[in-house]
Design a protein around this ligand. Structure first.
Ligand code: SF4
Ligand code: SF4
Length: 300
């Protein structure tokens, strides 16, 4: 029985591929993009977070913790991550949801059961399931089993991926994926390393191989002001995509609505000074890419 870690199963998604979809968010990602709007997806294992605004100070979590990992002092709540065994007893006992668990272990059967609940919507809308994250390719056996089961049930499958994986992993599931939603972030390798933590070379090489085997691919480009929206990067990106005979591109303009998530997770949000692009700016970039013969839309 294959088990994986997911942090959300989102119903009625309309921005993760065609039609109405269920999006399964896998936990764990090899990249650390500075603009990531799903920071809860980065760490592969389950995490526990404390939401101060929900806490009523009842101390039930302190009593429940077998590892004596939780204390309250003048500085407030503290969970000793060295002592914590992630047993989740504090989450179970907290009456207000101030202790929250991010990520759950799920079997393939459990995820498929959830996906199948909305089969009628997929059929009526031309939708299906999208595997996203995090990076689903970090849990290759779990992903492959889910894809196989969806294909057996004739459910349309999409994989939203950074493309940062071994070619062997990608090739092993490529025939089971009806549509790749493939991110291209930065063409310059050094900048890619600086802003995402990894090289773009395997990402670009994998995309070339997928395109060569005629996989159906929609390119997604997050537009981050001051990082990848400059003329040189846009021109290089357009030329790269067009040379692979790919056509469909979605521009995903940066927004900062994930900032609160970073606070909850006690992580630093590094792009707080960046302001979102105006519609005019985003449309101008779309026009520049259309000049390469691409079908470009702004939005997911
Ligand atoms: S998850 Fe378990 S060990 Fe960790 S703080 Fe909560 S009760 Fe204690
Ligand atoms: S059990 Fe929940 S509400 Fe009570 S003190 Fe702990 S975190 Fe706060």
């Amino acid at each position: 029985m294959t088990v994986g870690t997911v942090f959300n199963m989102q119903k009625y998604s309309i921005h993760d591929g065609p039609g109405i979809r269920t999006t399964i968010f896998f936990k764990g990602c090899p990249l650390s993009c500075q603009w990531c709007h799903n920071p809860e997806s980065l760490v592969p294992k389950t995490e526990i977070v404390f939401l101060e605004n929900k806490c009523i100070g009842c101390r039930e979590c302190v009593k429940a913790c077998p590892a004596s990992a939780i204390t309250f002092s003048e500085q407030g709540f503290c969970r000793d991550k060295e002592k914590c065994t992630l047993c989740e007893k504090c989450v179970d006992m907290c009456p207000t949801g101030a202790m929250e668990k991010l990520g759950s272990k799920k079997t393939v059967a459990e995820v498929i059961k959830e996906i199948e609940k909305d089969s009628i919507f997929y059929e009526e809308s031309g939708g299906g399931v999208t595997f996203s994250g995090g990076e689903a390719l970090m849990q290759p056996a779990f992903l492959k089993n889910l894809l196989t089961s969806c294909k057996e049930k004739r459910i349309h499958t999409a994989l939203d991926t950074s493309g940062y994986a071994s070619w062997e992993s990608l090739a092993s599931i490529a025939d089971l994926v009806d549509l790749f939603l493939y991110d291209i972030k930065l063409m310059n390798e050094e900048k890619h390393k600086k802003y995402t933590g990894v090289s773009n070379i395997p990402i670009h090489e994998n995309l070339k191989k997928l395109a060569a085997r005629n996989s159906k691919i929609w390119i997604r480009i997050p537009l981050i002001p001051g990082i990848n929206d400059d003329e040189q990067n846009i021109e290089q990106t357009g030329a790269f995509i067009a040379a692979l005979n790919l056509r469909d591109v979605s521009l995903l303009p940066y927004h900062n609505i994930a900032m609160d998530k970073y606070t909850r997770l006690d992580r630093t949000y590094r792009l707080q000074d960046i302001r979102p692009l105006s519609n005019t700016q985003a449309n101008a970039i779309a026009q520049r890419l259309k000049a390469f013969g691409l079908n470009v839309k702004v939005g997911g």
